[in-house]
Write a protein that binds this ligand. Structure first.
Ligand SMILES: O=P(O)(O)OC[C@H]1O[C@@H](O)[C@@H](O)[C@@H](O)[C@@H]1O
Length: 586
């Protein structure tokens, strides 16, 4: 498709803070050096950032005594003992750690360090405390000083960059595991380190003096705390896009490369995350410079304005909806899989809601389809037995046990947790799902290895405990495939509810229109994707935000507080289709 205009680097314009940005190590040094009153310099760093944050700050305070936050940690053995139940032996999933970094600190070491800090300050020597947890250690001393003598610098980094660094051999923060698999490193980040770090980030957001954006190792940037806060506050005043990222995989296809103009370096692209604030980042644009920060920073700073009052009451500061893309066009089947029920995910992983999903078919080849639900009258023990045997024999007769449904453009398959499923080869899927995304029990991986030649982890036992055996062909047909209900229809606008299933908390509406569509958030966040049409104008009927062009397959988040917005076909005589998702309101 030649006229695809998918924007790979969408930005969020921030007004009024162009002066509060420092773009070179020299400029950063000069700005920090101008803070001559600073005595206690706290450099809090997200795990995944190494000494680069310190290096940038330390040169501005050459006389400072430098203290590493790690000096206040418990010893390795004690930390491991606390975290072991959360790491577990599973290769993919752990148990959510809901504690605080303080639990992993040695209170007497902390007290000793605080005494050292006080001694230095008394002797008129500045002190830098740096690293993950620096702000916790420095906090009692900071409280004893006049405000202008304390400087807090926060080192921020996107999760996707952390994952890249894992792949390049970076260990986790609390483990010496450079050689461990990326999946296991990710697990330690997802279930433990990132949760701890987000808590600290949230505490510091209202008061930090500077933010160091360290996602691009070669190009660190610094903005003032006010510029950062203004960026996040302005982001939730209008619909925004995040920075999509793309990852190859064993089943990946060629559609995204072709349509989005992606590099030819990778053999394929399997996933695109374009709609997962926990994972994606945003580009805050100050003047002509983009500063990349995790989209999660917006969720943490403005949960109510972003999510809406009711969603915030229900989910807290967590973004519940996930949009991502799965490309198997010219690729292979996904693993045959199932996701845990809510009961199971709460009890085994400490999650609060489960991985309910749906596949909206953006495009499909002739052989594209979806495996969904078990066949009528099958013997569940026999199927599980065959799946186990397949691990030895390398062969499983999927067609004997699982229904295959041919898929066409704009079909919507609903996949409540517990339903056996997977997309086949030759599909371009827009996933509209609940946010959890690593709770996939692979039952059968079609006797293949991953891109590195290793078999991917299979979880038949867990799968067996979660498969809902009554979801057979007739039930699936009547409940999960194209459950479309027309809500409104005139000559040039049709509004349809396409899902999700009543067991899932998300509702999707499809608007097909050749004229402007007026939409309302009804006070709760919405996420939409332009599923047909080259481009559409996204406007505010009240002129509350600047109009912008949205392109085919792009995902947009509409913060709750935006209230009303309008979508209009940008090309004459080219109707558009938009799929809008929001948490179903009672
Ligand atoms: O297990 P594989 O084949 O990699 O498929 C994994 C993908 O499956 C889909 O149904 C979703 O659950 C995705 O979130 C997941 O990434």
């Amino acid at each position: 498709m030649s006229d695809c205009r998918y924007d790979l680097s969408p930005t969020i314009k921030v007004d009024g803070y162009d002066h509060a940005l420092w773009e070179t190590p020299q400029a950063i040094l000069e700005e920090l050096s101008s803070r001559t009153q600073a005595r206690l310099i706290v450099v809090e760093a997200y795990p995944g950032i190494s000494s680069e944050a310190l290096d940038l700050v330390a040169s501005a305070f050459p006389d400072a005594t430098v203290i590493d936050a790690r000096d206040a940690y418990l010893d390795q053995e004690a930390i491991q003992a606390i975290l072991a139940p959360h790491v577990t032996s599973d290769s993919v999933r752990g148990v959510m750690y809901r504690g605080a970094l303080q639990d992993l600190m040695d209170t007497s070491a902390q007290a000793r360090i605080q005494e050292d800090i006080r001694r230095c300050l008394k002797a008129h020597r500045p002190v830098i405390v740096w690293g993950f947890g620096a702000s916790l250690i420095a906090e009692p001393c900071a409280r004893e000083l006049p405000e202008e003598q304390v400087l807090t610098v926060y080192g921020d980094i996107s999760r996707w960059e952390i994952q890249q660094r894992y792949r390049q051999g970076m260990p986790n923060h609390f483990w010496d595991n450079p050689q461990e698999s990326n999946t296991r490193k990710f697990k330690r980040g997802y279930f433990i380190e990132w949760r701890l770090a987000d808590k600290i980030k949230r505490q510091l957001q209202p008061s930090l003096d500077y933010l160091l954006a360290l996602t691009h190792r070669q190009k660190p940037l610094m903005i003032s705390g006010d510029a950062y806060r203004a960026g996040l506050a302005q982001a939730v005043r209008s619909p925004f896009r995040m920075v999509p990222y793309f990852d190859p995989g064993v089943w990946g296809g060629q559609w995204m490369r072709e349509h989005f103009g992606l590099s030819s370096e990778a053999p394929n692209y399997a996933w695109s995350f374009d709609g997962v604030p926990e994972e994606n980042s945003v580009l805050l644009r100050y003047g002509t410079t983009n500063v990349e920060v995790p989209a999660q920073d917006i969720v943490l700073a403005h949960p109510k304005e972003l999510l809406g009052t009711r969603n915030y009451a229900r989910f807290g500061a967590e973004f519940p909806i996930r949009f991502d893309l799965l490309d198997t066009m010219g690729g292979q089947n996904l693993s045959l899989q199932v996701h845990p029920t809510t009961d199971y995910i709460i009890n085994h992983y400490g999650m609060t809601y489960t991985q309910d999903e749906s596949y909206y078919i953006l495009d499909a080849g002739q052989n594209g389809g979806v495996y969904l639900g078990v066949k009528e009258g099958i013997d569940s023990d026999q199927m599980i037995g065959d799946l186990k045997e397949a691990q030895v024999t390398g062969s499983f007769d999927a067609a004997k046990y699982v229904n295959f449904w041919p898929a066409a453009k704009h079909d919507h398959f609903l996949i409540p947790a517990g339903t056996v499923h997977c997309s086949s080869a030759d599909c371009m899927v827009l996933e509209v799902s609940a946010t959890p995304y690593i709770f996939t029990y692979k039952l059968w991986d079609w006797d293949r290895t991953d891109l590195d030649g290793n078999p991917r982890p299979i979880h038949i036992e867990d799968g067996a405990r979660n498969i809902q055996w009554d979801r057979d062909a007739s039930w699936v047909k009547g409940h999960l495939i194209n459950q479309v209900e027309t809500l409104y229809d005139d000559e040039d606008l049709k509004v349809e509810k396409t899902g999700l299933h009543e067991l899932e908390f998300i509702e999707t509406r499809r608007y097909s229109s050749s004229r402007a569509i007026d939409l309302s958030t009804q006070g709760e966040v919405q996420v939409f994707n332009l599923v047909e049409g080259t481009a559409a104008w996204l406007e505010s009927p009240q002129g509350a935000f600047e109009p912008r062009e949205i392109h085919y397959a792009e995902t947009v988040i509409v913060p709750a507080q935006v209230q009303s917005y309008r979508l209009r076909p940008a090309i004459d005589d080219e109707p558009i289709k938009v799929l809008v998702a929001q948490v179903r309101q009672a």
